[in-house]
Design a protein around this ligand. Structure first.
Ligand code: ZN
Length: 151
């Protein structure tokens, strides 16, 4: 099974990514496949926004979150410091983690009246300001992650 990856600013397939671990791609890359199932979806995203380092991390699942780091034995556990029991997946960080509740609330308040689903990229892509809010939110979360995790 191949997953869509974003490499060098262009969409490509997992099997073409040097050093890509297929198990990781199958698990972590599901985020991208679920959010942007076709190459056309990815091309549209590229058209609508600048693809930042943190957005690439979010889409590929290759970020500094503890769930990912623990898979490679870089951290001793995968638990989020917010409660020391929840696995720190990207979904947890973006949708649940109380540490980032304020950012999430601001984003949801913007999306709600516009009828945009706050965590579905294809929905975000219908309104530039909600897409910008989403990319700003994940940028803030992922940029703060090393400090939050003390890693
Ligand atoms: Zn948390």
């Amino acid at each position: 099974m191949s997953s869509v990856h974003l490499v060098w600013g262009r969409p490509t397939l997992c099997s073409t990514v040097r050093g890509c671990h297929s198990n990781t791609c199958d698990v972590e890359g599901q985020q991208t496949k679920r959010q942007l199932p076709t190459i056309m979806d990815i091309r549209e995203l590229f058209y609508l926004t600048d693809i930042s380092f943190t957005l690439t991390q979010a889409l590929t699942g290759h970020a500094y979150n503890k769930h990912y780091l623990h898979r490679f034995h870089i951290t001793t556990d995968d638990k989020c410091p917010c409660d020391n029991s929840t696995s720190q997946t990207l979904d947890h960080l973006f949708r649940e983690c109380p540490r980032f509740g304020r950012l999430r609330l601001d984003h949801e308040f913007l999306c709600g009246p516009l009828g945009v689903s706050p965590y579905e990229l294809r929905s975000q892509m219908r309104k530039r300001n909600t897409l910008q809010s989403y990319t700003d939110m994940i940028n803030s979360i992922l940029s703060d992650l090393k400090r939050f995790n003390n890693t």
